[in-house]
Ligand binder design. Sequence first.
Ligand SMILES: *[C@@H]1O[C@H](CO)[C@@H](O)[C@H](O)[C@H]1NC(C)=O
Ligand SMILES: *[C@@H]1O[C@H](CO)[C@@H](O)[C@H](O)[C@H]1NC(C)=O
Length: 219
Amino acid sequence: MAEEFPNFPKAKTTTYVFVLLSINLSASTFAASEPVPRTWPVQFHSILYINTSKGVNQVVDLWYDWPNGRNFNIIQKQLGEKLYDLEWNNGTSYYYTLDANKKCRVMHFPVGILRPNFLDGAKYLGKVNKDGFLCNYWEKVDFITYYEDVETKRPVAWNFFSGSRVHVITFEVGKVLDDPNWQAPVYCFGKKKPIIQTESSPLLLTQMREFTTTTHLAT
Ligand SMILES: *[C@@H]1O[C@H](CO)[C@@H](O)[C@H](O)[C@H]1NC(C)=O
Ligand SMILES: *[C@@H]1O[C@H](CO)[C@@H](O)[C@H](O)[C@H]1NC(C)=O
């Protein structure tokens, strides 16, 4: 045996070193090429179907408009109220109805609206079939699980930590809602001071928004 393979032990050691090196290399290569969620387009329109943490079904028209510093969720609850959640990046949010009840609540969120890169730093969890689409998905602890179509990179769904499950029905990049629609009604501009949300973390902010928009407006 020894005569047949005189250099065997030596060769084996070299092979081990080589194998260890390549494992090391491929591990770091793999880490570097892990998918990251696509940054949100700066302007888009989406129709969302949401099953809230309270099991309420709602359809939301989402108008995300970062260059103009504004974000709009027009929320139609199943066989219920239509709520307008208009958010400005200066921190002011208006929650109102446009029906005879004329409800409006003004709130102030010091951190403003979601940034296009709000998913930066999310932890990659792999691939999964979600709503019939092969998706990459990521998690931001205490905030969101986010599913993106592997092929088109479009968002398919996300779940908020609060329990709301959001399904993306349409996703129209570049679509903008005309200016006149961004005007809160006159009854939002009374003497009442806005309710200040002192939370400074965008994560808490989002949960607060979630809470607010899934709760009936107090008059
Ligand atoms: C919404 O979610 C609840 C659980 O929170 C579930 O019982 C219900 O069936 C869901 N509704 C729909 C339409 O999927
Ligand atoms: C933020 O902008 C909106 C829309 O222009 C305005 O109604 C609101 O008063 C502003 N809020 C602050 C704190 O300046």
